[in-house]
Ligand binder design. Structure first.
Ligand SMILES: C[S@@+](CC[C@H](N)C(=O)[O-])C[C@H]1O[C@@H](n2cnc3c(N)ncnc32)[C@H](O)[C@@H]1O
Length: 238
């Protein structure tokens, strides 16, 4: 399905890809719902020699696109599952996560699994919470006691199911995150935000906005939680 470029959020996502390209290759995390691999195909159009998509489902339209473009690759699976992700051996120069992180219950771990597959730059675009009094604010949406205040769309019947406390899965909105939170989480994975844009239109609730960034791998050393048991600092006090 062609991308609807009359939609400002689609244009923001395309501008984000432009900011990260050119690249040898790209991996796209979640690109099936509505768009049927549209951003993955766009990576090829922007000059990538190959583009890989991971999603939990596939459509007839995507199969046709893939048949017509042998440089497209697809893995059906859950990119928040460390066992599935460890079965994928390749790394890619650019990673793309459009409208997916806010749906991941294991948020920081999922970001880590994505970052591990990316050599140079991560492109992220999604609805985000505007900065709050406390920097790095991250709000867990399921079970919120203020659904009308924080609901990003028109409040109505969908409020309960969207934030259902017993349904913390990718079909629901799990996180309202501020740019400062995401910037810090990216830095913890070794990626610095080098380009960002926000879009004030498109989300009825003014507490929210669209936020986009490109974050590039830095040379700064990181002491990461995934290497916790190898970290001598914790042991030296015992
Ligand atoms: C809201 S749609 C966004 C689609 C597209 N990236 C865009 O910006 O329009 C989220 C997509 O990510 C997929 N997805 C979400 N979480 C996933 C996960 N943990 N593993 C695999 N696919 C996931 C969904 O199936 C869906 O196709």
């Amino acid at each position: 399905m062609p991308l609807n470029e009359s939609d400002p959020s689609v244009r923001l996502k395309l501008a984000t890809l432009d900011a990260a390209m050119p690249a040898r290759d790209a991996i796209v995390f979640g690109d099936m719902w509505v768009v049927e691999g549209g951003y993955t195909l766009r990576c090829l159009e922007l000059g990538c020699e190959r583009a890989t998509l991971i999603d939990s489902f596939e459509t007839d339209g995507w199969l046709e696109t893939r048949r017509a473009n042998p440089s497209l690759n697809f893995y059906k699976g859950d990119f928040s599952d460390p066992l599935f992700m460890s079965s994928l051996r390749e790394r890619h120069e650019v990673g793309v996560a459009f409208d997916v992180l806010l749906h991941q219950a294991p948020l920081v771990h999922t970001l880590h699994l994505m970052a591990e597959k990316v050599d140079r730059a991560l492109c992220i675009v999604q609805p985000m919470l505007r900065e709050q009094e406390l920097p790095n604010t991250l709000v867990y949406l399921p079970g919120t006691t203020a659904p009308a205040e924080i609901h990003p769309l028109e409040p109505g019947d969908a409020v309960a199911s969207m934030f259902s406390v017993r349904e913390p899965n990718p079909a629901h909105w799990i996180w309202a995150m501020t740019p400062s939170f995401l910037t810090s989480a990216l830095a913890g994975e070794g990626f610095d935000v080098t380009w960002s844009q926000q879009l004030d239109e498109g989300i009825p609730n003014m507490r929210w906005m669209w936020w986009a960034c490109v974050a590039e791998r830095s040379d700064e050393p990181i002491v990461h939680w995934s290497a916790h048991y190898k970290e001598p600092l914790l042991r030296s006090a015992t």
